[in-house]
Ligand binder design. Structure first.
Ligand code: ZN
Length: 212
């Protein structure tokens, strides 16, 4: 199962696809089938070879009955990308968030592939309201987490987006917004791949794309 198209989550497809059918949301196969360019991250990803493409695709959701439990794969629109799925292992009460969750870090939001910061916030909020007690949560990046960890991530998304939204409403430029930074509370969240100033720019660009 691919949670989205990025190479660090689909790089094993060509090897695993020989023995097992690869399952993914429709947009994952579409993006893997063609060259993908990201100006923001200065990255070009060539089209994948045929053997690396998902062979079972779905638009909204699919269930796989395996290993004694129902595994629900549910598409959440426009969060990290336009093809994200979250995987619910219903018997063992484990949720794999894909890259809709970076534990304790600012996330990558692939705006050029249909990602959206507010969409990610909404999706994560919807998932939180349906968690069962004792759930284990696997993030796309960072250590194994739980409901508390996902709630902290959701609060970070909502509060830092609100800060950027208010600065934009006050007429501040991207450079001003970046130089003002974020409250100390969010300092350690910038220690991963996405630094604080890059996160502020992603939020700014995500909000700007909707205004225009
Ligand atoms: Zn990703």
């Amino acid at each position: 199962m691919n949670t989205h198209y990025h190479g660090d989550h689909t790089g094993g497809n060509a090897a695993f696809g020989v023995d097992a059918p690869i399952i993914a949301q429709t947009n994952v196969r579409n993006r893997l089938s063609t060259e993908q360019k990201s100006k923001f991250f200065n990255r070009t990803t060539p089209a994948s070879p045929k053997e690396a493409l998902p062979v079972i695709t779905f638009d909204q959701s699919v269930s796989v009955f395996f290993n004694g439990e129902e595994i629900k794969v549910i598409h959440f629109p426009h969060g990290h990308t336009d093809g994200d799925s979250v995987i619910f292992f219903t018997g063992s009460n484990v949720v794999h968030m894909g890259d809709d969750f970076f534990a304790g870090r600012f996330p990558v939001v692939d705006l050029e592939a249909g990602g959206d910061v507010e969409g990610m916030t909404k999706n994560v909020g919807d998932i939180i309201s349906n968690l069962r007690p004792g759930v284990k949560i696997i993030p796309g990046h960072g250590p194994l987490s739980d409901a508390e960890g996902l709630k902290a991530f959701h609060r970070m998304l909502a509060e830092t987006t609100d800060i950027v939204r208010k600065r934009m409403a006050a007429g501040k430029t991207l450079e001003q917004i970046k130089s003002e930074g974020l409250p100390d509370e969010w300092k350690t969240w910038g220690s991963g791949f996405i630094k604080t100033d890059v996160w502020l720019e992603l939020v700014y660009r995500s909000l700007s794309a909707k205004r225009s």
